[in-house]
Design a protein around this ligand. Structure first.
Ligand SMILES: Cc1ncc(COP(=O)(O)O)c(C=O)c1O
Length: 334
């Protein structure tokens, strides 16, 4: 997508529109280009210099607002940051804004309503492409075909991977708006898109993708996610009484529990206590795989999960939290 942003604007005679705005703690992958858009320090340390022209913007994380504001009184100031960046850098130099509809690795960060609509308006105003990384949210994860559909926004490009084959075979791709494709067509018959990999368009992976999409439609899995989402959210909410649970965030079948040292002050746990890691291990011992990411434990269950299985996951996390809290008290840390 980085290359398509550059290509598109150059085909349209806008030579310098190559800067890309990305969010803090975004995850977009680990190749040099993608890691440059990724906003996690451990993907940069040892690998610099990164790609030039990546501009960083605060993410829409209301629990720990990076602008120290409160929604909705903030008026979506974090989205308006995009306009400030574009004006600072000059609209002729900014090609795209990229974001996950819901940050995954960053801790299941769900943007407030209105956020993406505002970004779409700003992108339209300054001729900047709106690009969504749907590698986690694509194909039903949050109860819509694509995550961004939830906010009824149409981006200019979408990247996808995991859900397209439900992970059974490796496949990823980019969906682009007609206008980007048309720019390549307008470039004439001698234009070639010089981009590809040994395994690009692998027919076996594509066949698995098509079969999987048929199953998603036939079994109405996207609707199923929408039906199950309130159940998952309700069950997870029962964990809120734990002293180290600061916030529970859930959208569709994607959720995270934000762990804190103090609920009242939202003080994070000292990293050296390794609490999320310990909770992850305690869940694993009981047969449930959760993800640990910075201050959260997160889950992303399969779209075919049953209510009884959600109960089992929540009961396991409940026990793991109780175990670790008990241990922290014995270690005189809590
Ligand atoms: C939002 C997001 N984008 C991109 C990636 C990386 O995708 P790939 O490993 O296919 O490059 C991931 C992987 O977890 C992801 O979560």
């Amino acid at each position: 997508m980085i290359r398509l942003v550059r290509l598109y604007w150059r085909l349209r005679g806008r030579q310098n529109k190559i800067k890309i705005v990305a969010l803090t703690r975004a995850y977009h992958g680990s190749s040099t280009g993608a890691a440059s858009l990724t906003g996690l320090p451990y993907f940069h340390q040892y690998y610099e210099p990164l790609l030039e022209g990546v501009l960083r913007m605060p993410r829409p994380f209301c629990y720990r607002c990076e602008l120290n504001l409160t929604y909705p009184a903030c008026g979506l100031a974090c989205a308006d940051e995009l306009e400030k960046i574009i004006l600072r850098e000059g609209p002729d130099n900014v090609g795209a804004f990229i974001a996950e509809p819901v940050q995954g690795v960053g801790g299941v960060v769900i943007p407030p309503d209105g956020y993406f609509q505002r970004l779409r308006q700003i992108c339209d105003k300054y001729d900047v492409l709106l690009v969504n990384d749907e590698v986690i949210t694509g194909f039903g994860r949050i109860g819509h075909n694509f995550g961004i559909d939830r906010w009824k926004v149409v981006p200019d490009m979408i990247s996808f991977a995991k859900g397209v084959t439900s992970g059974y075979l490796p496949l990823g791709g980019v969906i682009m708006k007609e206008k980007i494709y048309q720019a390549m067509v307008d470039a004439g018959p001698d234009f070639g898109l010089h981009h590809g990999f040994t395994y690009s368009g692998h027919p076996t992976a594509c066949a698995a993708g098509l079969a999987n999409l048929d199953i998603i439609e036939r079994e109405k899995l996207v609707q199923r996610v929408r039906k199950l989402a309130p159940y998952l959210a309700r069950r997870l909410a029962t964990l809120a009484h734990h002293p180290i649970v600061g916030e529970i965030r859930a959208i569709g079948l994607m959720a995270a529990i934000e762990l804190v040292r103090s609920k009242a002050s939202r003080t994070p746990l000292p990293p050296e206590w390794k609490v999320p890691q310990r909770i992850r291990a305690a869940c694993m011992e009981r047969g449930v795989i959760v993800r640990q990411s910075v201050d959260t434990v997160a889950i992303c269950p399969p779209l075919i999960i049953k209510e009884k299985e959600i109960d089992a996951i929540v009961a396991t996390i409940d026990e793991a939290l109780a175990d670790i809290e008990h241990a922290l008290v014995s270690e005189k840390l809590l």
